[in-house]
Write a protein that binds this ligand. Structure first.
Ligand code: CUA
Length: 333
């Protein structure tokens, strides 16, 4: 058992350093700066660790001879020790000073941001992310949830706010952490240098479902991003097939519309996530379940079972209403 653990543990450690949510598999300038800093710290601290342990082992080997006078002093040895301690103290000072300088310059990079770039407001809620794409022209602004699309290779400015308690935005492959604080706006510039999907996670304990507060960043080529943006600006299409049409009727007749918005319908609630294009998002419930008709049906039937404590109440549904409603939501592409 121990042997197996000894062979698999390093493998697990190595594989966990890669993937869509790793501070050691970076694809943006801010995260790369942090990664570099991490390796420098690790190398220097490892060297310090080896040196101090080496000195400790040496001291164990050098014993005083048996029966030696404990009060006897050797001036030459005392001088040597004085020098050794002096050098060690100055080295410590130099190391700490260098680390401080390196951290400071990395922070300057991390917290700097450019004006006039794509701006997205990210609002933390218990336990999901509201995403508002801002545009000087109000008709070109729109709202989505739990998924941020950005053009690859371009800086994007995030305005971080909170609707309730403190959350923390953390997408390790792209950037460092930044808190979302009530009554305050924090700015964070992110950039993805490579096309891909990056996962992030709320990194500040914010209540029961803190662990189920994931977020996805999808970095796409500019033309694809622009096309997606145009699509998101549109209102939801009126469903054509009878089942989805029935689903829409059920949706509009239930309290769902008090909390959720589906643009193009009378549903205009602002409490929960905007559902206008919910079917086009990869996950529901903030990274908890992949978007399928089945998971949507499970979620609307009993959200408390999947995410206990979630603010979405249980809306009573007849058994034959679940499928049409799930189909309707899934079709909101
Ligand atoms: Cu939001 Cu933890």
């Amino acid at each position: 058992m121990l042997r197996r653990l000894a062979t698999t543990a390093p493998l697990l450690l190595l594989t966990s350093c890669q993937g869509w949510q790793s501070a050691l598999d970076t694809h943006g300038p801010a995260a790369q700066d942090l990664e570099r800093l991490f390796w420098i710290f690790l190398a220097v601290l490892a060297a310090v660790w080896v040196l101090t342990n080496g000195a400790f082992l040496l001291s164990l080997r050098r014993r005083r001879p048996e029966g030696a006078d404990p009060l006897a002093t050797d001036p030459a040895r005392e001088r040597r020790m004085g020098w050794t301690v002096g050098i060690a103290v100055s080295l410590t000072f130099v190391v700490v000073l260098t680390f401080t300088g390196l951290s400071y310059s990395a922070q300057k990079q991390l917290f700097g941001h450019r004006d006039g770039i794509l701006t997205i407001k990210v609002t933390g809620h218990q336990w999901w992310w509201q995403i508002d794409y801002e545009d000087p022209e109000p008709s070109r602004s729109f709202t989505t949830a739990n998924e941020i699309r950005i053009p690859v290779g371009e800086p994007v400015l995030l305005k971080l706010e909170s609707a309730d308690v403190i959350h923390s935005f953390w997408v390790p492959s792209l950037t460092g952490k930044m808190d979302l604080i009530t009554g305050r706006q924090n700015l964070l510039q992110i950039q993805a240098d490579r096309e891909g999907v990056y996962r992030g996670q709320c990194a500040e304990f914010c209540g029961w479902q803190h662990a189920h507060m994931g977020i996805l960043i999808l970095a796409r080529p500019k033309p694809e991003f622009d096309a997606w943006r145009e699509q998101q600006l549109k209102a939801a299409e009126t469903p054509q097939d009878p089942e989805r049409r029935r689903g829409e009727e059920i949706f509009l007749s239930k309290p769902c519309i008090m909390c959720h918005e589906v643009r193009g319908t009378p549903a205009g609630g602002k409490v929960g996530p905007d559902l206008t294009h919910v079917g086009s998002r990869r996950y529901i419930a903030s990274g908890t379940l992949p978007t399928t008709r089945g998971s949507l049906a499970a979620w609307i039937t009993d959200p408390q079972r999947i995410k206990p404590g979630v603010h979405m109440p249980l809306v009573p549904l007849e058994p034959d209403q679940v499928n049409p409603l799930a189909s309707y939501l899934e079709g909101l592409k």
